[in-house]
Write a protein that binds this ligand. Structure first.
Ligand SMILES: C[C@](O)(CO)[C@H](O)COP(=O)(O)OP(=O)(O)OC[C@H]1O[C@@H](n2ccc(N)nc2=O)[C@H](O)[C@@H]1O
Ligand SMILES: Nc1ncnc2c1ncn2[C@@H]1O[C@H](COP(=O)(O)OP(=O)(O)OP(=O)(O)O)[C@@H](O)[C@H]1O
Length: 284
C-alpha cells in the first residue's frame, strides 16, 4: 500500500490592513500584519509514479483545473521537470472566500509538501516565488512566519505579534475581493508608516467601512462582537474576528453567537502549523 502523508493548511488573519496606493496594473499596495491560526484545512497526499495529479474531493463551484491545489501541484511539476504525480485528499474546514486565506494556504501547503515528497529540492524562497503567481497571499503561507507585508503582500518582514486567542465568525454572505478593491469609496491613500509606529497604534482594516456599508450581515455581526472584545474584518471579509487573552473568554462568546453563524475559536501562531509539523525553521 502506498504511504499517505497528512499536512496542515492553516488559516491566517490580517491583524491590520492599510491600503497605501493603487498601482498602474490595478493592484493595491498594502501594509498588513499576517498571523497564522492553529485551525485550518488538512491535506493528505499519496505520491504516484505516474505524473497525474488527482484530487479526490471536488470543491463546489471550483473546476479542478482552477483549484489552487491542482494548479500549485502542476506548477511545481513543470518548474522542476518532476515526473512523479500525487493523489490529494482535502478536508475543507475554512470558509471559502472568507478572508482567512484558505485557497492560498492550500496552494502553499501543496508546494511545501510536494517539494519534500517529490524531493524536488527548492528552497522556501523559491517556492514562495512560484506561489506568488497563484495569489498574493501564497508567499506568506510558504515562508511560514508571521509577518508585516508590504507591496501586494510579497515584501515580508518577520514579526512576533502576541499570540492571542481569536473568535472568527463568518457572516452568511460571500464577498468578492476584486469587487471591494474596485469600490470607489475604498480609502487608498493611507500614509505609509514604519512597522514600529504601526505596532504602537490601535489596529484597523481599511476595507472595513466599505464592507460594512454594503453588507449588513457583516455590520450587524461586528456591532454584536465589539460588545465583548476588540473586533475587526480580516482581508476583504467576509470573516470578522474578536481577540481575547484566554481560550475560555473566546469560547464563552462563541457559545452566545447567533445559531446560524458559522465560526471557530483558534490561537494565533507566529510559526505556521505546517512548518511546526515539518520542523522547518522559517526565517526572513
Ligand atoms: C487583501 C488580502 O486578503 C490580504 O490578505 C489578499 O491580499 C487578497 O488576496 P487574494 O484573495 O489571493 O486575491 P487575489 O486573487 O490576488 O486578487 C483578487 C483581486 O483583488 C484585487 N487586489 C488584490 C490584492 C491587492 N493587493 N490589490 C488588489 O487590487 C485585484 O483586482 C485582484 O484581481
Ligand atoms: N483549494 C481551494 N480552496 C479554496 N478556494 C479555492 C481553492 N481553489 C480555488 N479556490 C477559489 O479561490 C477563491 C478564494 O479562496 P480563499 O479561500 O483563498 O479566499 P479568501 O479566504 O478570501 O482569501 P484571501 O484572504 O486571500 O482573500 C474561492 O472562492 C474559490 O473560488
Amino acid at each position: 500500500m502506498t504511504e499517505r502523508f497528512s499536512f496542515p493548511s492553516p488559516a491566517k488573519l490580517n491583524l491590520f490592513l492599510y491600503i497605501t496606493s493603487k498601482r498602474a496594473d490595478g493592484y493595491h499596495e498594502l501594509q498588513t500584519l499576517f498571523q497564522f491560526l492553529d485551525f485550518g484545512d488538512d491535506i493528505e497526499i499519496e505520491i504516484s509514479q505516474d505524473p497525474e495529479i488527482v484530487l479526490t474531493e471536488i470543491l463546489e463551484n471550483v473546476p479542478v483545473e482552477q483549484n489552487l491545489i491542482y494548479r500549485a501541484a502542476k506548477l511545481l511539476q513543470q518548474q522542476t521537470a518532476c515526473s512523479l504525480g500525487a493523489k490529494i485528499r482535502l478536508t475543507k474546514r475554512l470558509p471559502m472566500g472568507g478572508g482567512v486565506g484558505g485557497g492560498s494556504s492550500n496552494a502553499a501547503t501543496i508546494l511545501v509538501a510536494l517539494n519534500q515528497l517529490w524531493q524536488t529540492g527548492l528552497s522556501l524562497e523559491q517556492l514562495a516565488e512560484i506561489g506568488l503567481s497563484l495569489g498574493a497571499d501564497v508567499p506568506i503561507f510558504v515562508r511560514g512566519f508571521a509577518a508585516f507585508a508590504e507591496g501586494v503582500g510579497e515584501k515580508l518582514t518577520q514579526c512576533n505579534p502576541v499570540e492571542k486567542w481569536y473568535l472568527v465568525l463568518k457572516p452568511d454572505v460571500s464577498i468578492s475581493t476584486a469587487l471591494i478593491f474596485q469600490h470607489p469609496d475604498l480609502p487608498r491613500n493611507t500614509p505609509k508608516r514604519s512597522l514600529s509606529e504601526l505596532l504602537s497604534t490601535n489596529w484597523a482594516n481599511d476595507c472595513e467601512k466599505v464592507v460594512r456599508d454594503h453588507y449588513s450581515e457583516v455590520d450587524d455581526l461586528l456591532a454584536w462582537l465589539v460588545q465583548y472584545a476588540p473586533s475587526r474584518l480580516t482581508g476583504t471579509g467576509a470573516c470578522v474576528f474578536a481577540e481575547f487573552d484566554s481560550k475560555e473568554e473566546a469560547l464563552n462568546v462563541f457559545d452566545q453567537k447567533p445559531k446560524h453563524i458559522q465560526g471557530f475559536v483558534a490561537k494565533g501562531q507566529n510559526i505556521s502549523p505546517l512548518h511546526q509539523k515539518l520542523n522547518l525553521f522559517p526565517n526572513a
